[in-house]
Design a protein around this ligand. Structure first.
Ligand code: APR
Ligand code: ZN
Ligand code: ZN
Length: 360
């Protein structure tokens, strides 16, 4: 029997979101119906509403979520009804050229549910193939990753997007290791997760850079050893001074701006690594002297979703959380109801929150 549930919908470009009743079919082969317990508000949801991702309105927003599996379709083996899961947008295919070469974290053919959820008979486009600002959602089985149910849903769900992106930028993409020095540009949810990831990976110097003193204070709480207010001082000089004149081993850009990318590029030691995890707007350009790109050596990388492999990373990170070694709770700035997403977008834009989390 199809399910009628309340959900947050973006109907048209730039219009405020609304709460609507949508229809969800029973899970078909390879699909899973998940009862959502919590879902974080991410910049990408706002980008969908603004029409900045594509024009396939109406969108069912929300994608940073945890919940309980309610029903599974034919052939689903990785989860069963009652399992506590975090949703992911990297259900790897196992068949594409990247999966075949043993690099599933780069999978180019990730799976989503085959059947459509609908609003008044019209098919919905779920954000990042998930759509979790809803009482229930329908996903591909691989999009549901089973984790220890002792974790608080509002904290656990954050592993599904922004926090994973930041942790993974440090731990997976940047390969931060014991004794490394790291600088993180931008200390929102993603940047602070990169700070935590660096700490977990054993970095001994972690320099947080932001223009907002509130964010620098949070960065200290997450494990930054030094902070730089780049509205007041030149971050490149400050970072060199904090690292014996050399620069950091790994510089992580978690904003998506050319100016901060250049700062990251120049604040890195010789043979160091730059990781871009902030998402630039399509017009942004960087210009670098080619002799510096060559002469500094090292690696310039991008981090897609923290280069995570959900089946490997989510259960492990939740275990670290439950052991008190990874602070996910500090990312939860507030919990809100389904009908407060629009206000949460405004708070996000004003820089007042790391994450507002819808609790159902
Ligand atoms: N220099 C330094 N810090 C800056 C600058 C700047 N020029 N501009 C903005 N910031 C800081 C803000 O003060 C804020 O603390 O960058 C941080 C950005 O954080 P959020 O807006 O909360 O964004 P977040 O959710 O962390 O995402 C960061 O990663 O996944 C992407 O789309 C996401 O591009 C975004 C980025
Ligand atoms: Zn693949
Ligand atoms: Zn997101």
């Amino acid at each position: 029997m199809p399910h009628s549930v309340r959900a947050v919908i973006a109907r048209a470009k730039g219009e405020p979101v609304s709460i609507e009743t949508i229809e969800i079919p029973d899970p078909g082969p390879g699909e899973v119906l998940v009862g959502i317990q919590a879902c974080g508000v991410c910049h990408t949801d706002l980008h969908y509403r603004e029409g900045a991702i594509n024009d396939e309105f109406p969108f069912l927003l929300g994608h940073e979520a945890a919940g309980i599996v309610e029903e599974v379709g034919e052939g689903v083996a990785n989860v069963a009804p009652g399992d506590f899961v975090i949703l992911n947008w990297r259900a790897v295919c196992g068949q594409c050229r990247s999966c075949q070469r043993g690099r599933p974290w780069n999978c180019f053919e990730t799976h989503n549910a085959t059947q459509k959820m609908t609003l008044d008979g019209q098919p919905l486009s779920p954000a990042l193939g998930i759509g979790a600002f809803a009482e229930k959602t329908l996903v591909a089985a691989g999009q549901a990753t089973k984790v220890n149910p002792a974790a608080r849903p509002e904290a656990a769900g954050l592993i599904g997007c922004g926090v994973m992106a930041g942790l993974g930028a440090a731990m997976n993409t940047g390969e931060v290791g014991r004794g490394d020095s790291v600088a993180v540009f931008g200390c929102g949810g993603v940047g602070n997760a990169a700070i935590e990831g660096s700490r977990l990976a054993g970095a001994h110097t972690i320099i947080a850079v932001d223009i907002d003193p509130r964010k620098l204070e949070l960065a200290r709480e997450f494990g930054a050893t030094h902070t730089v207010d780049s509205s007041k001082e030149d971050p490149i000089e400050a970072i060199r001074a904090m690292t014996g004149g050399n620069g950091v081993d790994v510089a992580i850009e978690a904003i998506g701006l050319p100016s901060t990318y250049e700062q990251a590029f120049y604040s890195r030691d010789l043979a160091g690594t730059v990781v871009l995890v902030g998402v630039p707007n399509p017009e942004a350009k960087v210009e670098l002297p080619m002799i510096e790109v060559f002469g500094r050596g090292g690696t310039l990388k991008s981090s897609w979703y923290g280069d995570c492999l959900p089946s490997r990373d989510f259960p492990m990170l939740i275990d670290l959380y439950l052991q008190g070694r990874l602070d996910l709770d500090r990312f939860v700035s507030e919990t809100i109801d389904l009908d407060q997403v629009e206000e949460a977008f405004e708070k996000m834009e004003r820089g007042e929150v790391l994450r507002s989390v819808v609790v159902l």
